[in-house]
Design a protein around this ligand. Structure first.
Ligand code: PMP
Length: 360
């Protein structure tokens, strides 16, 4: 493992060494079967045990109640931008809270299927903050309210969620699911692409309150139909079988370290290292406003674009890779998801201080 780098990629991103080693050990022959999980029928007894274990662990870790179903779907989080309005727009109206690029994309997709009302849009402050509840213009008759819990590109994150009463709250948790405990019963539906805190790309995990999956489905694409997925236990067609197995291994790792409370503690400690450093100096400029800072994606800039590029290139020479900001916003972005060890963040802070010292 000595040549592994600290990978600050926003996704696909780092997996814990323990998980990667387990995947390697299982690669040629999973538990004496003589085959890789990749090569197994999704209907086989051995695979179904993995599948059931994964669902049970996710339910246990997140405290998901009996009135919810866990679905493993295709098409990543973007697929859910379409699936959510297709299934949940019962009367054709929804409120969308825009706090970044992905929530904007979700709103644009939903507008193809019904009336989308924008309850808040942080574009005017370059998505540097999360609104308070009283800034939201929520409609009394929306079918649901949609938000994105962590803004992967700009580095902001909801600390508490708005109370939408009897109107279901839908959250895209792609970049912070499993980073902290969450009260699932506050949501009608939670979805997340798997390639950050849940494993590898290609799959979306959906946690849906069962009563919401009941729309007339005559014209709905079958793979985006929640009722069909619930009825067939996510196996209407071949599920992303290897991704589900990787998720199971990630969940085992999270349980082994002490669950989501411990995960949050570690994530807070890592983020504090970076933000405390940023607040202690005046060379780098943090992007997110203090009360909206993400524990997962830490965004800042050096004095100019060329220096941003130099910073990322020089950091990579030290084994601190993928620090360049998203192409839409530039600057630097350090994604410090669950699997990033605190040593990686310490090394980054040391490098930042050294680099700033040279430039001043
Ligand atoms: N939502 C969020 C918050 C994301 O970070 C991403 C991907 N970075 C997406 C949606 C899109 O996910 P996917 O590529 O799985 O469709």
């Amino acid at each position: 493992m000595n040549d592994r780098v600290y990978n600050f990629s926003a996704g696909p991103s780092m997996l814990a060494d323990e998980v990667i080693v387990k995947l390697r050990d299982d690669m040629l022959s999973y538990e004496g079967t003589g085959m890789s999980v990749m090569e197994m029928s999704h209907r086989s007894k051995v695979y179904l045990a993995i599948f059931e274990d994964c669902k049970a662990r996710l339910k246990r870790l997140l405290g998901i109640g009996e009135d919810y179903e866990v679905l493993f779907m295709h098409g990543g989080a973007t697929g859910q931008f379409s699936a959510v309005p297709l299934n949940l727009m019962k009367t054709g109206k929804a409120d969308y809270i825009i706090t970044g690029n992905f929530s904007k994309k979700a709103a644009e997709e939903a507008a193809k299927f019904g009336n989308v009302s924008i309850a808040y849009d942080s574009s005017e402050n370059n998505h540097s903050r999360i609104p308070s509840s009283d800034e939201l213009k929520l409609s009394a008759d929306a079918d649901y309210v949609h938000l994105c819990s962590n803004n992967t590109i700009f580095g902001t994150e909801w600390k508490t969620f708005p109370d939408t009463g009897s109107i279901p709250l839908v959250a895209d948790m792609s970049s912070d699911i499993l980073s902290r405990p969450v009260n699932v019963s506050d949501f009608g539906l939670i979805y997340a692409g798997a390639q950050k805190n849940m494993g590898i790309a290609g799959m979306a995990v959906v946690i849906i309150r069962k009563d919401l999956a009941v729309k007339d489905s005559s014209r709905m694409p079958v793979l985006y139909n929640y009722a069909v997925e619930i009825k067939n236990d996510s196996m209407y067609n071949t599920p992303s079988s290897y991704s589900i197995y990787v998720l199971d291994e990630v969940l085992k790792w999270i349980e082994s370290i002490g669950g989501l409370e411990e995960m949050e503690k570690r994530n807070r400690a890592k983020a504090a290292l970076l933000y405390d450093y940023l607040d202690s100096q005046n060379y780098y400029l943090p992007h997110a406003q203090k009360d909206s800072r993400s524990l997962m994606n830490v965004t800042f800039t050096t004095p100019d674009k060329d220096t941003d590029s130099e910073f990322a290139a020089r950091a990579a020479e030290r084994g601190l890779v993928n620090l360049k900001g998203h192409r839409l916003v530039g600057g630097i972005r350090a994604s410090i998801y669950n699997a990033m060890p605190i040593e990686g963040v310490r090394k980054l802070v040391d490098f930042m201080d050294e680099f700033a010292g040279e430039k001043r």
